[in-house]
Design a binder for this molecule. Structure first.
Ligand SMILES: [Zn+2]
Length: 337
């Protein structure tokens, strides 16, 4: 009997004969208690499910980063590992590296008659802290397409790394302190590692960034940094002969000699007058998304996030696959694949 259905219901839902699988839920209030929640990575727009009482699955790194940043303990949780299948009834779930940040996962769901892949944020190139995403084969692909617009083509990462380092060294020479406003987890650690590997500049991190750094160090990604709240950190920040890594929300605490920068894929299109901006993305660009979809051999693709319509059109035209924005999951729009 084929009863597998996909759609959006407070998260990405795949209904199987073995129950409802929900990926990265953004709402959990009305969720069935026998559902299973899968969390792809530790960014806050994906981790609401950790607060649910329902059974949850993620890599141990994702849970660890979440607990460090939120100061909360996750209960009713089971760890998953890349390449290690788990079974729920007759349904098999295989977690795979998504390349987006430490612990980030895609999930391949294999039922008796169909193979799905769910991927949240995805990055298809190696970075200083992550390996490129794996590309699983499937029948139906459900994919988040943050940069699903043809204008988002990113330069080679090594080139962006070089630009960032050269800019920072020049700023220090000119008496300014290079200051990066980036996400506390993922991008921050890549920036720390970048300066550790290519310069001798000390890297000072805001306390929220330190907490994520610790989770990376525990996982064997060696980061050397100074905490902003320590005596050493305060001295370095006062003198300015260091790199400062902080989040977007703490502009008021930035010293007057700071020279501020952003490192984000959005920099390809939206520059800033007051900040230096570098197109360092933890997501696949448009060209990489298309390549990834092609390699999965999926005949059916559902896309979610802002550029769903646009990239669906490209996928239909270029790859001749069925592609649409992920529909709302309701009695009227239940999909049977
Ligand atoms: Zn993310």
């Amino acid at each position: 009997m084929r009863e597998n259905r996909v759609g959006w219901l407070g998260g990405v839902v795949i209904d199987t004969n073995d129950g409802r699988m929900v990926f990265d839920p953004a709402a959990t209030r009305s969720m069935e208690h026998d559902a299973h929640i899968f969390i792809s990575h530790a960014h806050s727009d994906h981790t609401l499910g950790f607060q649910s009482s329902i059974m949850k699955y993620s890599t141990k790194e994702t849970k660890r980063i979440f607990e460090k940043l939120r100061g909360k303990t996750v209960r009713n949780w089971r760890p998953v590992e890349y390449g290690q299948r788990i079974r729920i009834g007759d349904t098999e779930i295989l977690p795979l590296n998504a390349g987006h940040m430490l612990g980030s996962a895609q999930f391949k769901v294999v039922t008796s008659d169909h193979t799905y892949v769910y991927t949240g944020d995805l990055n298809c190139v190696n970075t200083l802290t992550t390996e490129a995403a794996e590309v699983p084969k499937c029948d139906t692909l459900i994919i988040e397409a943050t940069y699903g617009d043809p204008s988002f083509i990113f330069p080679r990462r090594e080139r962006t790394y070089a630009r960032i380092v050269n800019w920072a060294l020049q700023e220090v020479k000119d008496g300014h302190m290079p200051t990066f406003h980036v996400y506390s987890s993922g991008k921050s650690q890549e920036i720390v590692r970048l300066f550790n590997v290519y310069t001798k500049l000390p890297v000072v991190c805001a306390s929220i960034v330190n907490r994520a750094n610790e989770a990376y160090n525990e996982a064997g990604i060696d980061l050397s940094f100074v905490e902003a709240d320590t005596m050493e950190g305060k001295t370095l920040l006062r003198k300015g002969n260091c790199v400062y890594v902080t989040t977007r929300r703490t502009n008021s605490s930035v010293p007057h000699h700071a020279s501020e920068a952003m490192a984000t894929g959005w920099a390809v299109r939206f520059g800033s007058r007051s900040y230096a901006s570098f197109p360092l993305s933890s997501h696949a660009g448009f060209d990489q998304l298309i390549k990834y979809v092609a390699k999965t051999d999926a005949r059916r693709v559902y896309v979610f996030t802002g550029y769903g319509e646009l990239i669906s059109k490209h996928l239909r035209k270029e790859l001749k696959v069925e592609a649409d924005p992920l529909p709302l999951f309701s009695q009227r729009s239940i999909l049977d694949y």
